[in-house]
Design a protein around this ligand. Sequence first.
Ligand SMILES: Nc1ncnc2c1ncn2[C@@H]1O[C@H](COP(=O)(O)OP(=O)(O)O)[C@@H](O)[C@H]1O
Ligand SMILES: [Mg+2]
Length: 232
Amino acid sequence: MIQMFHVYKSYTSRHRALSDINLKIDKGEFVFIIGPSGAGKSTLLKLMFGAEQPTRGQIIVNGMDIGRGKGSDIPLLRRRAGFVFQDFKLINHQTVYENVALALEVIGLNKKTIRKKVYQALKHVGLLNRMNAVPLVLSGGEQQRVAIARAIVNDPMILFADEPTGNLDQDITKEIIRLFKIISSWGTAVVIATHNRSLLSYHPTKLIALKKGIVQGVFVSSYKDSDTYIPQ
Ligand SMILES: Nc1ncnc2c1ncn2[C@@H]1O[C@H](COP(=O)(O)OP(=O)(O)O)[C@@H](O)[C@H]1O
Ligand SMILES: [Mg+2]
């Protein structure tokens, strides 16, 4: 689904944010990118999402080359990918429903289809009952669940999350990671970047350890967490 071949990224001529990245992420994988602050985690996610261009190397997402000069494939890619941020990035003067619906309105779906998809996404994250609330009356964990609903509403092939639990306490972190894991069990690849090593207790299928822009190791788990599988 995602492949990177000898990918380099420099923002400035003197410093490399990423060096010689080679990796592969498959359908339904539950991946952690782990490493200290400044390791290049956010840069790696942005490259996979097409939000930054590599300085060198090749990035293939679902058969599309999104490397240098191939910008035309990126809007298509974005429609098949979701992104969740540490600070939620919700629109505070709009309701939960409107926040989630927005992603579908911009691609021109009809009202009825939008309503069906938004209800489904809010149901998955357990927030149908808060549909008409504005984000600021919700807890941090609830706001992040709205952001996740927004990210999955268009059935993405891949979901990226950059420090998604950075602003949340331990109990809520558990809830949010569990939700990501359920989403991956439906076939969406979930890629979570974090500096928080304690998240490793949630058993990613693949762990990519980054330090100073270099992959220190890729660890693949054989652990099967059948408890988290909930049929749709
Ligand atoms: N837009 C940018 N312009 C210049 N340097 C950047 C930019 N974004 C990130 N960097 C640098 O790239 C390196 C990796 O950053 P980042 O990907 O944000 O790491 P992480 O997410 O692991 O903390 C850091 O040295 C950072 O300062
Ligand atoms: Mg970061």
